[in-house]
Design a protein around this ligand. Sequence first.
Ligand SMILES: N[C@@H](CCC(=O)N[C@@H](CS)C(=O)NCC(=O)O)C(=O)O
Length: 207
Amino acid sequence: MIKLYGFPSTRTTRVAWLLEELEMDWQYHQVDLFQGDHLQPAFIALNANSKVPVLVDEDIVITESAAICQYLAEKYGGDKFLPSIATAESAIYHQWFSFIITELEQPLWTMGKHKFILPIDKRCTDILSTAKWEFEKAIGVAESQLNDSTFLVGEQFTVVDILLTHTLNWANNFEQVLPKKIEAYRLRLLQRPALTRAIEKENNAIK
Ligand SMILES: N[C@@H](CCC(=O)N[C@@H](CS)C(=O)NCC(=O)O)C(=O)O
């Protein structure tokens, strides 16, 4: 059975959400970041970068949340969750995939790291206004690229909807004001039952 190593309220939720969309049987293994479980040799043997999430699918061990989602959709999604390769939809899909991870998530993550996550002596508050400016530019682009379709790639729910919704939730948690269409998109996607189930499964593992 597939094992997901992770911790609630992290990028693990992206993978948990997709596993639930795929209606797979999977086990959640909590790696308590506050207790330093990710720094233990057994976990570093799974991910040399000592970060969650990590997915173990029999003899395949894969890290990086976006890559894990892509892998799962390719292997278990059939014709769902990814557009057909080498189509106009696939071009849009890949454009969103890269944009979300490299343009949108990065300034947001810089804000998060320098506000709450890094050890205090590693934080640099001077960077915050630049990161916010970069995020606002990127979110403006996302708003302008969002069309009237239900999902990012037309009427098909795909992996990039998970990546974007999760990233937008972080933005919301970091008190960034989201443009109108983007915010409506976020609120709509949050209604997916698979996301609710994924969060419940992660939270239940805490107890
Ligand atoms: N690019 C990686 C980032 C993974 C990452 O930064 N994970 C965080 C939680 S969201 C983590 O494990 N942090 C622990 C640490 O940095 O020590 C991904 O998308 O999976």
